[in-house]
Write a protein that binds this ligand. Structure first.
Ligand code: ATP
Ligand code: MG
Length: 246
C-alpha cells in the first residue's frame, strides 16, 4: 500500500488564526448591482461569523443572494459597503494582487458545475492552485500533493484521467481535492450536490462531513433541506437578507 492510500493524508490548515478569532466575520456586508436605472441589492448588511471547525449551511430561494454572499467570502467579488474580515484581516484594504494571493492560499472553492479544465488530468486540475504560486512548488511536489489530495477523496486510481473520463461524482471529488490541496482556512461550496443524482449527492455530503470532522471549516450553499441537515449551523437568505435559524 502506498502512502497515498492513507485516508487522512492532507493535514488540517496551518497558520491557524489566534484563539477565538473567527475565520470569517462580516459586518453589514452589502452588494448592490446597478442595472441602468435600477439597482439590485443582492446582499443587504449581512452579519456572519464563522469559527474554525464549523460547518455552516446557507439556504434560501433562487435569487435570494446566496451565491452573491459566497462569492464575496471567496474573494471572487467586491462588496459595495460593509466589511469582511478573513482570519481577522479586513479584505477591503487589500490590493488586487494581495487578494489573489490570499484567495489562492486560504480559500478552497467548490462549484456546482465542478469547473475543471477538460484538457488537464485529474492530478493536474488538483495541482493548479499550487502551479499558480510560481516557483513555490516543484513539479514532483505538485504531483505528490495532488495525489495526496486525490487519495483523500478516494480517487487514487483516477490520477491520470481527464474530466471527460470521470463520472459526475468523481468530477466533484476532483474539485474537492483541488479545494483541499492548499490546506485552506475555509472551504466554500456553492450547491456542491446540485448537478448530481441523489445517491452521488449523499456520497459527496458524507465526504464533506468527514472533512469537517477532521477540523476543516466549511460553508455550503444548498436549497435542499436534507443536504443542509448535515451542517451544524444554518442560515437562511431572503431578498438579500441573512438570518440565522434558531
Ligand atoms: N452580476 C450581476 N449583475 C446584476 N445582478 C446580479 C448579478 N449577479 C446576481 N445578480 C442578482 O442578484 C440577485 C441574487 O443573485 P444570486 O446569484 O446571489 O442568487 P442565489 O441565491 O445564488 O440564487 P440561485 O439559488 O438561483 O443560485 C438576483 O436577483 C440576481 O439576478
Ligand atoms: Mg446561486
Amino acid at each position: 500500500m502506498s502512502k497515498y492510500n492513507a485516508p487522512a493524508a492532507v493535514p488540517v490548515a496551518r497558520n491557524k488564526p489566534a484563539m477565538n478569532e473567527p475565520v470569517i466575520r462580516t459586518e453589514k456586508l452589502t452588494r448592490a448591482y446597478s442595472m441602468g436605472e435600477n439597482a439590485i441589492t443582492a446582499l443587504r448588511e449581512a452579519d456572519l461569523t464563522v469559527h474554525a471547525g464549523e460547518f455552516v449551511a446557507l439556504m434560501g430561494a433562487s435569487g435570494s443572494g446566496k451565491s452573491t454572499l459566497l462569492n464575496l467570502l471567496g474573494l471572487l467579488d467586491h462588496a459595495t459597503s460593509g466589511e469582511y474580515f478573513l482570519e481577522g484581516k479586513p479584505v477591503s484594504s487589500l490590493r488586487r494582487d494581495e487578494l489573489a494571493d490570499l484567495r489562492g492560499r486560504r480559500i478552497g472553492f467548490i462549484f456546482q458545475n465542478f469547473n475543471l479544465l477538460a484538457r488537464l488530468s485529474a492530478w493536474e486540475n488538483v495541482a493548479l492552485p499550487l502551479a499558480y504560486r510560481q516557483g513555490e512548488f516543484k513539479h514532483q511536489d505538485q504531483l505528490d500533493r495532488a495525489r495526496e489530495a486525490l487519495a483523500r477523496v478516494r480517487l487514487e486510481h483516477r490520477v491520470e484521467h481527464n474530466p471527460m473520463e470521470l463520472s459526475g461524482g468523481e468530477r466533484q471529488r476532483v474539485a474537492i481535492a483541488r479545494a483541499l490541496v492548499t490546506q485552506p482556512a475555509v472551504i466554500l461550496a456553492d450547491e456542491p450536490t446540485g448537478n448530481l443524482d441523489s445517491n452521488t449527492g449523499v456520497e459527496i455530503m458524507r465526504l464533506l462531513k468527514e472533512l469537517n470532522a477532521e477540523g476543516r471549516t466549511i460553508i455550503m450553499v444548498t436549497h435542499d433541506a436534507s443536504v443542509a441537515r448535515n451542517a451544524s449551523r444554518l442560515y437562511h437568505m431572503r431578498d438579500g437578507m441573512l438570518k440565522e435559524d434558531e
